[in-house]
Design a binder for this molecule. Structure first.
Ligand code: PAF
Length: 282
């Protein structure tokens, strides 16, 4: 039976003295991508906690905070079906009180590029709320998807820098049959847009094929992505870039060494919806 908690003290009471806690932090509108994170935790952890909190701090003015899908009843049923022990779904007042005066600022080198260029303040919001959730739930493991690769790298770095006693587990991106990375924001897409969206991943795969055939220059790999999408005027490119998946530093030329973790990352607008995806090249 999944128990619902909306208050910090109550979820803390429930978890007090428990060992083997897995936390899956989410903003709700749960989908098959979350399912894989929850299932992974269910296999490894004695107590599985899903947090559902649409964090206002990580939305810039003009972004989709008010539109973001809210479907707690459906999410609870979803969690129930996956034998989640606890859902922690606080409101903003419970998490932030009247104000949040302390903010967690990840290093600028990790937040200013990629999504940070068009989403100023986003990763401060993410880092602050994840810090709070880790402190509230005190999990042994916390699960994040590789689709949000910049978020994942920033959280791994935060956990290391602030000595959190939690293992960050990164889980592969879940995709639909056409290859579109699953995201709660896919709900915004029209039927016509849903037919176009899988081309985002197809463009990354085209670059990966070129990489496997010997192309190691990042600009040329990015150009392959751009060319692939050029016939689709509905897709407006925000960025495409090759970066180190851990440091997020830009990579100009990918070495063959297994030490190199070259991530080809992309963000596009399809209509008003911003979609992100990435692929590991080596
Ligand atoms: O990836 C998300 O859903 C959110 O950014 C997270 C990690 C739950 C923080 O609000």
């Amino acid at each position: 039976m999944t128990q619902l908690f909306t208050e910090i003290d109550r979820v803390r009471d429930f978890l007090h003295g428990q060992h083997g806690i897995g936390l899956i932090p989410t903003m709700g509108a749960l989908h098959q991508g979350h399912l894989s994170l929850i299932q992974r935790s269910r296999c490894q952890d004695r107590t599985v906690v899903v947090s559902i909190f649409i964090n206002p701090l990580q939305f810039s003015p003009g972004e989709d905070y008010h539109l973001y899908p809210r479907q707690l009843e459906r999410d609870l049923e979803f969690c129930q079906g996956l034998e989640v022990d606890a859902v922690f779904a606080p409101n903003a007042q419970e998490i932030f009180g009247l104000t949040q005066s302390t903010l967690v600022h990840p290093p600028a080198a990790m937040t200013e590029g990629l999504c940070g260029r068009s989403r100023s303040g986003h990763f401060v919001g993410v880092a602050t709320v994840v810090t709070k959730l880790l402190n509230i739930v005190q999990p042994n493991r916390a699960y994040f998807g590789q689709k949000d690769a910049q978020q994942l790298a920033i959280i791994q770095n935060l956990v290391k820098d602030l000595n959190f006693s939690v293992e960050v587990i990164s889980c592969p991106t879940a995709r639909d049959n056409q290859g579109l990375a699953l995201s709660s924001r896919n709900q915004y897409l029209t039927e016509a847009q849903k037919k176009i969206a899988p081309q985002i991943y197809a463009s990354l795969q085209a670059a990966q094929v070129a990489f496997k055939n010997g192309e190691k220059n990042s600009d040329r790999l990015c150009q392959i992505v751009i060319n692939h999408l050029a016939d689709l005027p509905e897709l407006a490119l925000d960025y495409v870039q090759v970066v180190d998946q851990h440091t997020l530093a830009s990579i100009e030329c990918i070495q063959d060494s297994a030490q190199d973790f070259a991530l080809l990352a992309i963000a596009v607008y399809l209509g008003k919806t911003r979609l992100i995806d990435n692929i590991l090249l080596n």
